[in-house]
Design a protein around this ligand. Structure first.
Ligand SMILES: [Zn+2]
Length: 534
């Protein structure tokens, strides 16, 4: 990793004033980290921003930083622990390098836990300052965020995912200079974005309320108004929002699925267009893979593996959807189990190349087992392999429209293609409205939904319009991780019937709420006919 030293080897910087007893409304923040904290004097920036943001009490930021140091180095060095013990901190902010490699992830978690015990013993909150990878390792950003999130989750602390803030800023303005010239340390703009996010985290203030002159007053010289606007928009985009109402997009049957067949050229076009549309829509997504499709003739084809690599390169997640899309309700349990474990060799390798591993499993046909015994046996296998079941609340029949769409496209019937797109978007709108009502009836409130789509040409053509329509209706788009934080997903599912149905109805049936499931939008008859080639 390139790392140009910007400060002397050991720079222990103590800012602010000697420890004084914490007063009501006073924030005392201790930063422990390396040059990613000390460069551009991040702690002082946080102090100034909090002051301008109208934080009523006093705020004091101090720091113990050493270049090139991990939390382990700080722990062994002793200065950081001494500083924690010597002040009445309200927050202690921990930071080390990107930590995307499994060994450094483990160290981050181990030493965060050690520090957390010291921090908690003094009544302060634990904050993890999630950083970013060097410029030449940008695809590792999700792994960096994962590492910091896990470390924070272990200790009930809070992560401030600054690297995600940088990524959000680059989605608006890819030329925004957040890196310094060495391609790793932050520029003053990069530190400013970090300071805004950290100031919000420790003060609880929403910096949207900061008037433009005040924004300008605390911004570094050299950041122009447009860039400042981009930075503030990125802070807002990364702000943890109430989990509802939101949607996580999950896409099944990767690499692609078409009624017309699996020719590589079609698969490449669909993948390219689907990924481009998802990126333009600026939504997170996870794709569920059937690895059997990588080897239609028995040997793995690199051009098909490359399709999955594109998902990784675009920053999306991948999960396991079994090797051959096997149906649990029509097969021996042992055969299903073999199909699960055979289903992740390639995605495991691809994800490992960016420091991640597969974490989600989606049952084909949403068939989860017709007895408690089978369901529990599969769940045990999944958790042994590190998988969490990916539920679906917004179930639908997109594949019917997709079949009609592919056939219309093959017949070069552009009029029909357009009508199918419009009918599909109307249908999906009705689907979301229907499940909105179901979530009010069953969960008692709007919720963080999980939307099932398939990797087909129709979704490639329409997903941007789908997303923008739902945004207009107030939906945020979140990762599957974030959606599953909605406590609704902890409701019991003891449905062992034959149907592959939405988790909303499983919860309702389990709780013996008969519920009124009527009104689920139907696929128009002309679509069904066109889908069947009629
Ligand atoms: Zn499927």
């Amino acid at each position: 990793m390139r790392h140009i030293r910007l400060l002397p080897l050991i720079a222990i910087v103590l800012l602010g004033h000697p420890a004084a007893s914490a007063q009501r409304g006073e924030l005392r923040v201790l930063f422990i980290g390396n040059s990613l904290t000390s460069v551009n004097d991040l702690p002082r920036m946080v102090e100034r921003i909090a002051g301008e943001a109208g934080w009523k009490g006093r705020i004091r930021c101090e720091a113990v930083t050493r270049d090139d140091s991990s939390l382990e180095d700080h722990w062994n060095g002793g200065e950081a622990v001494k500083a924690i013990r010597s002040g009445r901190w309200t927050h202690v902010v921990l930071q080390q390098g990107p930590s995307s490699l499994p060994s450094s992830q483990a160290m981050l978690r181990e030493y965060t836990a050690k520090f957390a015990a010291e921090i908690r013993a003094r009544g302060a909150a634990v904050v993890l300052y999630g950083v970013w990878p060097p410029r030449d390792r940008l695809p590792f950003q999700p792994a960096v965020t994962d590492a910091y999130r896990s470390a924070a989750a272990d200790v009930g602390g809070r992560v401030v995912p600054v690297g995600e803030g940088w990524a959000a800023a680059w989605r608006r303005d890819p030329s925004l200079p957040l890196y310094a010239a060495d391609g790793f340390h932050p520029s003053s703009a990069g530190t400013h974005l970090a300071a805004l996010m950290l100031a919000e985290a420790v003060t609880g203030e929403n910096l949207d309320r900061l008037a433009p002159p005040r924004r300008r007053a605390v911004a570094p010289a050299g950041v122009d108004d447009l860039q400042l606007e981009t930075i503030h928009t990125a802070v807002a985009a990364t702000r943890p929002s109430p989990a509802v109402p939101s949607i996580a997009i999950t896409i099944d049957d990767l690499p692609t699925i078409s009624v017309l067949g699996d020719e590589i050229e079609r698969a490449e076009r669909t993948t390219r267009e689907l990924l481009a549309a998802l990126r333009r829509a600026e939504v997170p997504a996870i794709g569920f893979v059937n690895e059997g499709k990588l080897q239609p003739s028995g040997t793995i084809e690199p051009r098909r593996v490359a399709l999955l690599q594109q998902w990784i390169d675009a920053g999306f997640d991948l999960g396991n959807h079994t090797f051959s899309h096997i149906d649990l309700h029509r097969s021996e349990v042992a055969a299903f189990e073999r199909n699960v474990t055979a289903g992740d060799h390639t995605i495991r390798r691809l994800l490992a190349s960016v420091g991640r591993e597969p974490r989600y499993f989606r049952h084909p046909f949403l068939h989860t087992g017709q007895s408690r015994e089978v369901r529990d046996r599969i769940d045990a296998l999944l958790s042994k392999h590190g998988y969490v079941v990916a539920p679906v609340t917004l179930d639908n029949s997109d594949y019917m429209f997709a079949a009609a769409y592919d056939r219309a496209g093959a017949a070069a019937d552009t009029g029909l293609v357009g009508r199918i797109e419009a009918a599909y978007l109307d249908y999906m709108d009705a689907v979301v409205r229907y499940y909105e009502e179901q979530s009010l009836a069953i969960v008692g409130r709007p919720m963080a939904h999980t939307l099932l789509l398939h990797a087909n040409a129709l979704n490639a053509a329409t997903v941007e319009r789908l997303v923008s329509g739902l945004r207009t209706r107030g939906y945020a788009f979140v990762t599957l991780d974030d959606a599953l934080k909605d406590p609704a997903y902890r409701l019991a599912d003891d449905y062992f019937g034959p149907a592959g149905m939405t988790w909303l109805h499983r919860w309702a049936l389990t709780a013996d709420k008969r519920g009124n499931f009527a009104g689920e939008p139907a696929v128009p008859e002309w679509i069904t006919k066109a889908a069947n080639g009629g």
